[in-house]
Design a protein around this ligand. Structure first.
Ligand SMILES: [Zn+2]
Length: 464
């Protein structure tokens, strides 16, 4: 069996994945708070953990991997959106979940095994909070239940901070009912305008962190193999998940994986810089989901990912070339070994894509197709964009004509030493948005995103 190594944030070491339950893998990834469309940065962890999910399924078997990704559907941002728009909370959360799944489907992300909604797991959150009070790690104050960070000696260890650093470096909510400003909310009271559930502490709602601890426990048990998320969640969210779960006596996650953040053209994506866009914005501009996925995977998950127009154009060209190569080809039974090896080495998607380039150049198209599918690329569901985006103007016959004219012009030029006709045809083809690849005995023209059907049709064979 392929050995998978992963960089464990908790131990700061690359570790061999050794599943708790032999032959089966369990993974939890923090999901979105559902009040708005996913921005491009939100798609990065989804694509990364989807690729890990695919690798795990390949290595352990499709029915041996349990992947949980939650929806946070109780949150003050959702309440604010409801008040602002006049929609009900349920309309907002149901609607946003639908849009989110549409967008993630478009970038080729498989649905996780379980997608629990926080509001369906309120009782386990109440139970866990009560258990923490009983064990002396939490306390009730003015209708709130707070986790007492000083009761857990390892608090801060995961993210590598001391309590003093955390107080100094973060905007903690100072409230008179907190014993320590770092104490965080497990439960808080709700008024008539905010959603609430009955609890031993009155009508209220859970804090954010307790959701993941409770849902991971319900769906994966007291311990599981992998916990993932963006590195912006390390503190306080993951630090708090660990504190809660460990203090009720759960082992919780063995390996923690964090992805780096996304930038746009070298800058942090933000509304104030005007470079903020959603996945849907890109799709609406005609950027195929497969291209978004390719660009995301071309950078290793532990490096900052820079979304650039240049990368988008290159990815589109590459994928068009690959799709042309695999047209009508049935995928091979097994992916290429170099691709598997790269992915098994801390999910090195950058290296895996380099291996795919090698196969595309020199290898079997059937193996290219099967290997790319391990990264969620070149799937039969994702190839729709390749032809239609040429607006129906992609004339394969004419492209083949121009290829053959170029071949014979070159043969003639080899004898005469006059390459002007070769140069003219090549330049006309480029003007029509075709990439010209001339091998020793071959000529290949590939449509790029700049393809222009009118210009293609105006190309004429010169006088021989
Ligand atoms: Zn979480």
């Amino acid at each position: 069996m392929t050995q998978i190594t992963l960089q464990n944030t908790q131990t700061r070491q690359k570790e061999v994945l050794e599943p708790i339950k032999s032959g089966e893998v369990s993974m939890y990834v923090c999901g979105p708070t559902v009040y708005d469309r996913a921005h491009l940065g939100n798609a990065r962890p989804v694509i990364i953990f989807d690729t890990l999910f695919r690798l795990l399924r390949h290595v352990y078997g499709e029915d041996k991997v349990t992947y949980v990704r939650n929806f946070t559907d109780v949150d003050d941002k959702i309440n604010a959106r409801a008040a602002q728009t006049g929609q009900s909370i349920r309309e907002i959360t149901d609607g946003t979940i639908g849009l989110y799944l549409d967008d993630m489907d478009a970038v080729g992300a498989m649905h996780p095994t379980h997608m629990p909604r926080a509001t369906e797991y309120i009782q386990p959150m109440v139970d866990m909070s009560a258990d923490l009070i009983e064990k002396g790690f939490a306390y009730e104050a003015k209708g709130h239940v707070l986790f007492a960070v000083e009761s857990y000696a390892d608090y801060g260890k995961f993210s590598g901070r001391s309590i003093d650093d955390m107080i100094a470096g973060s905007r903690v909510e100072v409230a008179p009912y907190k014993r320590n400003p770092m104490d965080f909310v497990l439960w808080k009271p709700s008024d008539a305008d905010t959603p609430g559930w009955d609890s031993p502490w009155g009508k209220g709602r859970p804090g954010w962190h307790i959701e993941c601890s409770a849902m991971a426990h319900e769906l994966l048990g007291e311990s599981f193999d992998i916990h993932g998320g963006g590195n912006d969640l390390m503190f306080p969210h993951h630090e708090n998940e660990i504190a809660q779960s460990k203090c009720v006596g759960h082992e919780f996650a063995n390996i923690w994986i964090h992805n780096e953040m996304l930038q746009v053209e070298g800058k942090k994506m933000s509304k104030s810089l005007g470079n903020f866009f959603t996945v849907r914005d890109l799709l609406d501009q005609g950027v195929p989901g497969e291209v978004i996925r390719f660009v995301m995977l071309s950078t290793h998950y532990r490096k900052p990912m820079d979304w650039t127009e240049t990368k988008r154009a290159e990815a589109e060209r590459t994928l068009r070339g690959w799709h042309a190569k695999i047209e009508g080809v049935t995928a091979a039974d097994a992916p290429n070994a170099d691709v598997i090896e790269a992915l098994a080495d801390d999910l090195n998607t950058h290296k895996a894509i380099q291996a795919l380039h090698d196969i595309a150049r020199n290898g079997d198209p059937a193996v290219l197709k099967r290997s790319a599918q391990l990264l969620g690329l070149l799937s039969d569901e994702m190839d729709d964009w390749v032809a239609p985006s040429f607006g129906g103007g992609l004339d394969h016959e004419k492209i083949m004509d121009v290829e053959s004219w170029l071949r014979s012009a070159r043969n003639a030029a080899k004898l005469s030493g006059d390459f002007s006709e070769v140069d003219r045809l090549r330049s006309d083809a480029r003007d029509a948005g075709l990439e010209v690849q001339m091998g020793k005995d071959t000529v290949e023209l590939k449509p790029t995103s700049a393809f222009d059907a009118d210009r293609l049709h105006s190309i004429k064979r010169g006088e021989a």
